[in-house]
Design a protein around this ligand. Sequence first.
Ligand SMILES: Nc1ncnc2c1ncn2[C@@H]1O[C@H](COP(=O)(O)OP(=O)(O)OP(=O)(O)O)[C@@H](O)[C@H]1O
Ligand SMILES: [Mg+2]
Length: 113
Amino acid sequence: MRKFCVYGKGGIGKSTVVSNIAVALAEDGKTVLVMGCDPKSDMTRNLIGKRIPTVLDVFRAKGPDEMKLEEVIFEGFNGVYCVEAGGPEPGVGCAGSRSGNRSRYARPPRCFQ
Ligand SMILES: Nc1ncnc2c1ncn2[C@@H]1O[C@H](COP(=O)(O)OP(=O)(O)OP(=O)(O)O)[C@@H](O)[C@H]1O
Ligand SMILES: [Mg+2]
């Protein structure tokens, strides 16, 4: 399994590039999971066409013992699996270190199995 992290300044094309690379890898026969850490959910909206429930939303609503993988992982274009970590409203309280922690701690349990 290989993991890639794409980050950088706002508006430089991260979501667009990652969505396209994910689809290309899936076309190549790879199993691909993308995890968005953007309050706008741009990348997973690109791949699914709508917003999906975030890990933090489901975690808050149900707690760690009750949340199920299928409540936070959805299949998008070309079979790419999509997860959205969740976080503050766009433009409110969003900061780099918090985004880093989200991607570290908001990973659904067993999602790489
Ligand atoms: N290679 C490209 N050539 C031209 N326009 C592009 C390219 N990649 C992305 N764009 C356009 O640039 C804009 C920003 O792209 P995108 O949303 O992917 O950036 P981002 O880095 O994810 O932004 P944010 O930090 O807001 O999440 C979009 O309108 C997108 O269509
Ligand atoms: Mg983006």
